[in-house]
Design a protein around this ligand. Structure first.
Ligand code: NAD
Length: 385
């Protein structure tokens, strides 16, 4: 039977090369009077927000820039950002950047209006509808956060990445312009691209998935697997960037309506303990979790393999070849193994505990325990020279 489902998409999507130009029109529709651009220092230093700032100026709308957001955004980043938004009487947020500024902006949208600490909002039903309106402009093709209902924040005391989730924090509008990704360096293109591939595969295979999420996930696999190498090697190729961006968007739609699963449970644990890039953590763990899941999700992995161009009639052979293809692909685009994060094997028990505690643990297509997580961390470690 098909899982019963509800499909809500509260975000208007405006997609296309050069689409940044509609920012003024979208701000006018929201009746914005004072905007806060939430971004990071890397993007400011690269001159990336200049164009957005010029568009806002041309509309005669007041704005400030908040560029203190760190990678794997921290609880204190969000709390300071919300404080600033309140002090400056900001009425509209504009997230400009990768998943880190976008997630920070979603959490700021809640805190600026509802107060408290960001961790107070973890768990079902804690976020009220009264949030600051948000426009998202992604500059990486990876997280899909521009259209998802979640925000992933690091609790710096517990070194634990947690998620707050509600359709109330979804963007009013996502302006998705692949031209903004032309400047993403090769390693970040690779890591964010595999992040999107992981969303697509986990969204397609999660226990709670439904046909719309499956369709989006499978189609995303085709776009991403077919273009990631070109986007990494020839970053100025707008055709490849375009397909990565639409792949990332579809993957975001897939997992936000289904869920992610054990790759993310482990990657978020790794990412929070070692402050490591999220996409890189996913790339390290994806083939190991897929191998573990083969008995439960083999038939679906076979379709994933075929979407990546692997032509094998037998499902099991196709699935195994697909996993091998992903492993090789990650290496070819320059993504390192788990030892590059300077992990300590003494941490594997705790990492496994954190993985099991993750809210997406039950969505994995094969039941998985803390002991299995420990084994998977060791497998990734022992395979890595
Ligand atoms: P990021 O936002 O941390 O950015 C990584 C680096 O890329 C930064 O240094 C940034 O300055 C740089 N960068 C971004 N765009 C650039 C551009 N166009 N040109 C040059 N440099 C650019 O990385 P990310 O992978 O996009 O986001 C990761 C975060 O997103 C993690 O915290 C992860 O947990 C979260 N995430 C959230 C969701 C969600 O649905 N909420 C989903 C997946 C991941």
């Amino acid at each position: 039977m098909i899982n019963p489902f509800e499909y809500v998409l509260p975000t208007k999507i405006r997609y296309g090369a050069g689409m940044l130009k509609v920012l003024g029109e979208e701000l006018r529709l929201l009746k914005a009077k004072k905007v806060m651009i939430i971004t990071d220092k890397g993007l400011v230093n690269a001159g990336m927000i200049k164009k957005a700032a010029e568009i806002i100026e041309a509309e005669d709308i007041d704005f400030i820039v908040y560029d203190e957001i760190e990678a794997n955004p921290k609880d204190y980043n969000v709390e300071a950002c919300a404080e600033k938004a309140r002090a400056e009487s900001v009425d509209t947020l504009l997230a400009f950047g990768g998943g880190s500024p976008i997630d920070a902006a979603k959490a700021t949208a809640v805190l600026a209006r509802q107060g408290g600490k960001v961790r107070d909002y973890q768990g079902k039903g804690r976020i009220k509808d009264d949030c600051l309106p948000l426009i998202t402009i992604p500059t990486t093709a990876g997280t899909g956060s521009e259209v998802t209902f979640s925000s992933v924040i690091t609790d710096t005391k517990e070194k634990f990445k947690f998620t707050i989730k509600s359709t109330a924090i979804a963007a009013k509008t996502a302006i998705i312009d692949p031209e903004l990704t032309l400047s993403v360096p090769p390693l970040i293109t690779a890591a964010t691209g595999i992040d999107a591939l992981t969303h697509a595969i986990e969204g397609y295979t999660a226990n709670c998935t439904e046909p719309i999420a499956e369709a989006a996930g499978l189609y995303a696999v085709e776009y991403i697997a077919g273009n990631i190498e070109e986007a990494v090697k020839n970053g100025r190729n707008i055709a490849a960037r375009d397909k990565m961006m639409i792949g990332s968007l579809l993957a975001g739609l897939s997992f936000s309506h289904a869920d992610v699963a054990s790759v993310h449970c482990m990657a978020e644990a790794l990412g929070s303990m070692y402050d490591a890039p999220h996409g890189m953590c996913n790339a390290i763990l994806l083939p190991y979790v897929m191998e573990y899941n083969l008995p439960a999700a083999g038939h679906k992995y076979a379709r994933v393999a075929r979407a990546m161009g692997i032509e094998e009639k037998d499902d099991y052979t196709a699935a195994v070849k697909g996993i091998e293809h992903i492993r090789k692909l990650s290496k070819e685009i320059g993504l390192p193994g788990i030892r590059s994060l300077n992990v300590n094997t003494d941490d594997f028990e705790l990492l496994a505990e954190m993985s099991e505690k993750n809210g997406s643990n039950d969505s994995n297509p094969r039941k998985i325990s803390k002991d299995e997580y420990v084994k998977l961390f060791y497998k990734a470690y022992n395979d890595c020279n």
